[in-house]
Design a protein around this ligand. Structure first.
Ligand code: GLY
Length: 371
């Protein structure tokens, strides 16, 4: 019987073999050789990650680990009560409970950690890091994930802000004309948008809807990936998932290979948008594998999106042209610092920071929106 200590011993021997010039698994798999030239440090994220990419690149420039860099970057958004798609302030499930999903991958150590349906912790990405660093597991869910988070010193707090609660109340009231919940127009109460400084609130709602999973229900997520000057990579994806979801629903964000994938020999990719479509096509893993075969990050993202289109055959998920009635976005960076992002539908943007300069750029896309 082998135990973990035996396994570790064998790993050390394998490492010595590699150092002595024996073929490594990377060489056997035909992956590109590790770069010896300096890479321009680059961070890429979803559009809500402009501050995240800036902070991540700053940390990398200070010599911090790529994983700490991306996690500290997305923590800004996780802690922001005004971002209603991630962490604290995220829109809740159909019971009015905020359930968070997150995964992290650290390229150099081939490490991965994730949490799903985690309640009460503002920064699920940090719990995902703890799963990676302090357990022999990759994914913890629900009550077990929360117990673990508590044991690691994460405070358990109420994540449902007043603004998110009002949105949920309105959504619940809009579900049926024959139940006892009154919509604002029936009750004479102001809508949540009207309560929140009118125009600005309406604009915020409109922008959430633009990036929603199905054009009607708000969704959103942040993904952030970074490559440092040595060509080392890390990534993180974190979300409150689809608003009003069935309790227990897990999206792509905490699924390694779906909402996030990092191979330190090739590149990193993460996603936002309809998680179910990304899970069914192993999205981020597909993008990284296409990059391994020589595609640019943008072309790899577009090809992985074409697979989603091919997989989308259900009438409830297609428009009258037979195309997906939802959006998915991929964000990718290669080991050499080449980056790209793509979406099924036009109009999306992404954030990027290269050598200290951050900006938003338009994503490539498969189809032009009609409106
Ligand atoms: N992509 C985030 C989700 O579907 O939950």
């Amino acid at each position: 019987m082998t135990d973990r200590r035996d396994f570790l011993r064998r790993s050390v021997v394998a490492g010595v073999g590699a150092a002595a010039g024996l073929a490594t698994s990377r060489e056997l798999s035909g992956a590109p050789a590790v770069l010896s030239t300096r890479v321009a440090p680059t961070a890429i994220a979803s559009a809500n990650g402009l501050e995240a990419v800036e902070l991540a690149l700053g940390r990398v420039a200070d010599g911090r680990s790529t994983l700490n860099a991306v996690v500290e970057g997305v923590n800004i958004v996780e802690r922001d009560p005004d971002d209603m798609s991630v962490g604290y302030g995220g829109l809740p499930n159909l019971d009015g409970v905020v359930q968070l999903d997150s995964s992290v991958m650290h390229g150099p150590s081939r490490g991965a950690g994730a949490v799903a349906c985690l309640e009460g912790v503002k920064t699920p990405s940090r719990v995902a890091v703890d799963v990676m660093r302090h357990t022999d597991h990759v994914l913890l869910v629900g009550k077990g994930a929360q117990r673990f988070a508590k044991s690691m010193g994460h405070p358990i707090e109420n994540l449902l802000t007043e603004r998110a609660r009002r949105r949920w109340i309105e959504w619940r009231a809009s579900m049926s004309d024959s139940d006892d919940y009154l919509a604002p127009e029936e009750s004479g109460m102001p809508t949540s948008a009207a309560l929140e400084d009118g125009g600005a609130a309406e604009a915020a709602v409109a922008s959430e809807l633009l990036d929603s999973h199905d054009g009607v229900r708000p969704g959103g997520t942040i993904n952030c990936n970074v490559v440092d000057a040595k060509g080392d990579l890390s990534g993180v994806t974190t979300t409150s998932g689809l608003a009003w979801k069935v309790p227990g629903r897990v999206g792509d964000s905490p699924i390694v290979g779906a909402g996030l994938y990092v191979d330190n020999d090739v590149g990193a990719c993460g996603s936002t948008g309809r998680g179910e479509a990304v899970i069914k096509t192993c999205g981020s893993h597909t993008v990284v594998e296409l990059m391994r075969s020589g595609m640019s990050p943008t072309d790899a993202c577009l090809e992985a999106l074409r697979r989603i289109v091919a997989f989308t055959v259900e009438p409830r998920l297609t428009n009258r042209d037979g195309l997906p009635n939802f959006n998915v976005n991929y964000y990718a960076v290669s080991k050499s610092g080449e980056y790209g992002a793509a979406a099924i539908w036009s109009g999306a943007r992404f954030a990027v920071c290269i050598d200290g300069e951050s900006r938003r750029e338009d994503t490539a896309y498969l189809f032009e929106r009609a409106d």
